[in-house]
Design a protein around this ligand. Structure first.
Ligand SMILES: NC(=O)c1ccc[n+]([C@@H]2O[C@H](COP(=O)([O-])OP(=O)(O)OC[C@H]3O[C@@H](n4cnc5c(N)ncnc54)[C@H](OP(=O)(O)O)[C@@H]3O)[C@@H](O)[C@H]2O)c1
Length: 338
């Protein structure tokens, strides 16, 4: 069996270019006992992948040059040497940017196609949905009547944060790029207010949207949005620091005054709790309950989601860049084969 693979061939400088990658066709090794042969159906594209392309120190090692780019996938088992997986099973795997892969069966999770579309295992019912759930409920701890603000609010993490906040009785304010996304926040996703961070009067509109200040700022983006949010934080506000996507393509430290002292003064005077996290730290203890609750919310319509599907591995770099630049609308997946 052959696999078409996208390898990282160069460390990108700024926005990744197609020439930073190489597409090759490789023979896969024969299956060993306990392994399965997978045909990739959907590949998840996530902002963290930009960090894996770079050598800057992070919570995970970079992808080595010449290796297949990493990524979560939904696959079909097409051959099995495991008693636990049968041909035809749909599974969650981490096989990366390629069309076929050999994996240990115990590193896959079987999906139930009757319970939800299998692609949701990469989005609302998968890692991004769990990130929102754990970060908001365990660290943000929203209380009824409080105001929760989140940016990248139409994406898989942000849209779940806002909707879960509302389920807990809080007021959800979403920040997104452009009027179309802001309209969807109000009409489709049930946010209480939406603010366009690209609008020239963004800071004024944000002030209007949070008349009682902000109790939870779920930090997804950093940059200008974070600077605008800071002045509205209430006493004892919580900031789960989930991601800083505004700077993922940055080549170095941004120019401008050093604002660290001002930020620390605000942490002190407002008794803020600022807590960074990687979702995996909560997985063992809370993932089961997440799947249970999120499945129920999806079934009864209290949580909605959108997927942004790109067809074909040939378009993976363009789809990835589109996501970091905000050209996506919802969870970005590549339909690799069907
Ligand atoms: N800590 C963890 O364990 C963990 C796990 C998963 C994800 N994350 C983080 O969660 C965040 C959201 O991830 P996601 O998968 O849901 O991504 P996403 O929302 O699908 O995509 C990123 C979005 O960020 C917004 N954005 C980009 N540059 C921006 C800027 N300068 N200012 C404001 N918004 C900007 C864009 O939306 P607009 O068009 O609305 O601007 C873009 O669509 C990312 O920071 C990611 O790294 C963290």
């Amino acid at each position: 069996m052959k696999s078409t693979q996208v390898l990282l061939s160069r460390r990108p400088d700024g926005e990744p270019k197609p020439t930073d990658f190489e597409t090759v066709t490789t023979d896969l090794p024969p299956l060993e006992e306990g392994q399965v042969l997978l045909r990739v159906r959907y590949l998840s594209l996530d902002p963290y992948m930009r960090g894996r392309m770079s050598e800057v120190e992070s919570y995970a090692d970079p992808v080595a040059l010449g290796d297949v780019m990493v990524g979560g996938t939904v696959c079909e088992v097409i051959e099995s040497r495991s008693d636990h997986r049968a041909v035809g099973d749909q599974v969650l795997s981490y096989s990366g940017w390629q069309t076929h892969a050999v994996a240990d069966a115990r590193h896959t999770r079987r999906l139930d196609p009757d319970a939800a579309p299998v692609s949701t295992a990469l989005g609302v019912l998968g890692m991004p949905g769990f990130t929102a759930y754990a970060g908001l409920l365990l660290l943000g701890k929203p209380q009824p009547g409080e105001t929760v603000v989140v940016a990248a609010a139409t994406g898989p993490v942000g849209s779940a944060v806002g909707q879960i906040a509302r389920l807990k009785g809080a007021r959800a304010v979403g920040i997104a790029g452009g009027p179309e996304k802001c309209r969807a926040l109000l009409d489709e996703l049930g946010f209480d207010a939406a603010v366009d961070h690209r609008a020239p009067d963004f800071r004024d509109r944000l002030a209007e949207a949070v008349p009682d200040g902000i109790d939870v700022y779920f930090e997804n983006v950093g940059g200008e949005v974070a600077r605008a949010v800071m002045r509205h934080l209430n006493l004892y506000a919580r900031i789960p620091v989930c991601g800083l996507v505004a700077g993922y393509n940055a080549a170095g430290v941004p120019e401008g005054p050093d604002r660290l002292d001002g930020f620390m003064r605000r942490v002190l005077t407002k008794s803020l709790t600022v807590r960074g996290f990687i979702q995996s730290e909560f997985e063992k203890e809370h993932h089961g309950r997440f799947v249970e609750e999120m499945s129920r919310w999806l079934a009864d319509g209290s949580v909605r989601y959108r997927e942004d599907v790109t067809v074909g591995l040939d378009n993976v770099v363009e789809a990835f860049n589109g996501m970091l630049a905000g050209r996506n609308f919802g969870k970005v997946v590549v339909q690799v084969g069907d």
